[in-house]
Design a protein around this ligand. Structure first.
Ligand code: SAM
Length: 248
């Protein structure tokens, strides 16, 4: 059967590429990638030269049709993104959907994912987690989304762009109890990798303590609500904490 291979690539350290990914990329007829310039660097690092086509969020549907046509001709087609696992907070989901809808097979080649990497070193409860991904950029929408997570008991996983990290942490600090643990997983697998755990009350100060922290890539993990808490209780505790802070 014609098969689309969804191939995970490293999130920083190039040696995290898997042997299977290297093999597949070396025999692929075409690789659909988010940014051909970025992926050419990865390919040339491993001496690979495969025809590439750009598949970014604005052309996924058209690219899907082209890829399906190639798959039907019997070509080997791989899908990669700039970093980590395609189709997860990255382009690719629509291509996968179209290929499945065409009755063709999709085979994932597992590898790096920033979320799972961060969770594995967080020490937060790892058996249940809720992947939130990127928060909305607009503060009202962000607030609404966070309010909906007040009673979430699973560890929450956020992706964030460096220039928004302070906004993100500020929004978390306003919404959740200051005693909740936060984990910052910054520049994972890269030279300036940092994994820092602290109560939410100390999170903004930690980011501000080093100007480099507003650069680089972040996964932010937030401890879930205590099992017993219902929405009203959580809100009451949040307000109480604000009042207590005012009194001291
Ligand atoms: N598909 C990717 C994956 O499997 O993790 C995620 C791509 S998403 C567009 C980019 C976001 O992932 C960044 O803003 C950051 O939140 C997170 N991320 C990617 N690489 C990272 C790294 N090396 N360290 C920390 N976070 C990273």
């Amino acid at each position: 059967t014609a098969t689309l291979y969804v191939v995970a690539t490293p999130i920083g350290n190039v040696t995290d590429i898997t042997l299977r990914a290297l093999h597949l990329l070396s025999i692929a007829d075409v690789v659909a990638c988010e940014d051909t310039r970025n992926s050419s660097k990865l390919m040339s690092r491993f001496g690979l030269s495969v025809p590439m086509i750009a598949a970014h969020q604005h052309n996924e549907r058209e690219v899907a049709d082209k890829l399906i046509a190639r798959l039907l001709k019997g070509e080997r087609v791989a899908l990669i993104s700039d970093a980590g696992t395609p189709a997860v907070s990255d382009p690719g989901a629509r291509i996968v959907d179209a290929v499945l809808a065409a009755g063709l097979r999709v085979l994932p080649l597992p590898g790096a994912s920033a979320a799972i990497t961060a969770l594995s070193a967080s020490g937060l409860v790892n058996d249940r987690f809720s992947f939130v991904g990127f928060l909305p950029a607009k503060s009202k929408q962000r607030e609404n989304m966070l309010r909906g997570l007040l009673t979430e008991t699973a560890t929450m996983v956020f992706y964030e762009a460096p220039h928004r990290i302070l906004d993100c942490v500020g929004a978390l600090a306003e919404m959740f109890e200051p005693t909740r643990q936060v984990v910052f997983a910054r520049e994972l697998t890269k030279l300036f990798e940092e994994i820092h755990r602290c109560p939410l009350s100390e999170a903004t100060a930690w980011v501000k303590a080093d100007p480099n922290r507003e650069r680089g890539e972040f996964v932010v993990l937030l401890e879930g609500a205590a099992e017993s808490s219902d929405a009203q209780e959580v809100e009451a505790e949040r307000v109480l904490n604000i009042l207590l802070a005012e009194c001291t």
